[in-house]
Design a protein. Sequence first.
Length: 434
Amino acid sequence: MLVVEAKLKNGTLEQYQRLDKAIRTSQFVRNTCVRYWMDNKGTTRNDLQKLCSTLAKNQDTPWVTKLNSQARQSSADRAWQSINRFYQNCRAKIPGKKGFPRFKKHSRSVEYKLTGYKLSDDRRKIRFTDGFKAGEFDLWCSQRTLVYYSEQQIRRVRVVRRCDGYYCQFLIDVERLEHHEPTGQVTGIDLGLKEFYTDAQGNTVDNPRYLRKSEKRLKKAQRRLSKRFRKGQKQSNNYHKQRLKVAKLHLKVSRQRKDRAIKDALALVQSNDLVVYEALKIRNLVKNRKLAQSISDASWYQFTEWLNYFAKIYRIVCVAVPPHFTTQDCSVCGTRVEKSLSTRTHQCPNCKTVLDRDHNAAINILKKAIQRGLGGFPHERLNQEGLKYLGEHLNGTVGHIETDPNACQESDLWFLNGNIENLSRLVEAGISRQ
């Protein structure tokens, strides 16, 4: 599946208001389905689909009839998706909250399937034909044009409202596969805050810190917004204008993070045949209130999701390994050296190895993934340089300041999960798999 996003342009104020009504109606159907599930034990997905037809025929809710029938079904599917996720979490007995379905208060999208809209022949315009009659809009797409895809390939259309306008997302049924030139290179990466990541070869990528750089403008805009707020009263037009300015600043930061994550992940996948990263639990890391903002600003999770996605379409191996003791253990002899967060250099008292803390961790991450034929990774994919690198770091003296006869040692290496297909799964923001 592939998502192509285009902005809806050249519409009148009334047309955009009608899109808002369609979004609110979709939210009403979704919330009604959740309430029906709460009140009726044993409700199934088919029961929610039947409820959509009942709502359309109900004289007390005449506005539901205006929404396209398949759009109503999509709203019911959204409700069932949250219900089903709750069931799965309960069966898995995950610790903490199980994600009980909640009511939506501020929905920002409505989803059509195969009807309710009509594309022009040149794919430059779209007309919404349901009961709200939002009319025709121009499609402004900077990345790809829809002219390369047939209407039969477009499986769903979603209208999304953001602070800078309305967008239309097209879910296209096409398999994306890219050609990858084998490089023979393997690497492990250690994610961090000082540097965004450090690989096993010692190369680093700077942490852009987009939120920190925009903090001054955000604080100033937020102060102006707070001064215009009137408690217990209807907010003025100036308040809503300033609210949109604050939202646009946050949207810019979000887009900067996404753009950087895509570029870094793509460059890493194109230059390596095997990529290993540590499976960090971001939810637990952000509990540190002193580092929570910096961790969120780094957007490690988004980067690893795009890394898995590009590994899938370029057909390379991408493995996640547990991060336990990768920073503490020596990458040469395996001696555990305790370090605090402020200690940036690894100094092994046993083999006298001196390395940067993150470089040492990256080598350990790569070592964890390489076990018995590289854990299913074929040797023929590696060139002589890659095999030489593996030999040097599995039984080598990298980082030594002097020769130590005890430096060579076999490593106890293992995988988190040997199923590469499940680890390197297709995950792209905005794509809902069919």
